[in-house]
Write a protein that binds this ligand. Structure first.
Ligand code: SF4
Ligand code: SF4
Length: 208
């Protein structure tokens, strides 16, 4: 059966009733909760920590098709995300990363457009309600956010293609610039999307 694709204004059966005590997708997730620059901006803005500070405990780096990316770090002792509190709730709910907001939905990019689909059987909650995807994501400026995600996805894919055809030295250099420009350089409190666009242009000019 073909997977049904939704847009952000559609309703999908992905509401999990406030999780009802379940925190299954906040533990044992390996390196799968990948963080994009918007997530880092949110974390920096709301926790006051820098990227380097978050790297001490809450996040780590992994490699995906040659590209180094940060992800939420599952803690050695508990096997859970560092932001999961003792009550089994997300301690950063209002500014949690995009993939946490999305679950149990997935994203698909087609012809520079963003679609959503339900990850069947992924959510361990028993009751699933129909919710507008826009409401589930709870992102204020959804139009700019989706535009950012689409550009980010395209940039990552292009880089990964380039990396596959490049020397080790070039791959190392590109990764250092990618990390520094999009993640390590502290974001200001101002509009994220303007900052991202400036960084994207800067990055494209330095990797030629
Ligand atoms: S598996 Fe489903 S119900 Fe459980 S924490 Fe994740 S989203 Fe909530
Ligand atoms: S940030 Fe919050 S929702 Fe996401 S994995 Fe950690 S505790 Fe769970």
């Amino acid at each position: 059966m073909e997977t049904r694709l939704y847009t952000v204004n559609d309703m999908a059966k992905a509401g999990c009733n406030d999780c009802q005590g379940c925190f299954s997708c906040c533990q044992g997730m390996g390196d799968s909760i990948v963080l994009d620059p918007y997530d880092i901006w949110q974390l920096e803005k709301n926790t006051g920590a820098s990227f380097a500070g978050l790297m001490q405990k809450e996040i780590e780096l992994h490699v995906e098709n040659g590209l180094i990316l940060p992800n939420l770090k599952m803690q050695e002792k508990t096997g859970a995300c560092a932001f999961l509190n003792e009550k089994g709730r997300c301690g950063i709910h209002d500014f949690r990363p995009g993939l946490c907001r999305l679950f149990p939905l997935g994203r698909k990019y087609e012809n520079e457009k963003l679609y959503y689909f339900v990850l069947e059987d992924a959510c361990k909650g028993r009751i699933h309600t129909k919710l507008k995807i826009k409401k589930q994501l709870g992102i204020e400026d959804i139009r700019n956010y989706e535009e950012f995600l689409t550009k980010w996805h395209g940039l990552r894919k292009d880089l990964q293609t380039k990396i596959a055809q490049s020397s080790d030295e070039y791959v190392k250099d590109i990764n250092m610039k990618f990390l520094r420009i999009f993640y390590e350089a502290q974001y200001t409190l101002e509009d994220f999307f303007t900052q991202f666009e400036e960084r994207r242009k800067n990055f494209l000019s330095v990797i030629k």
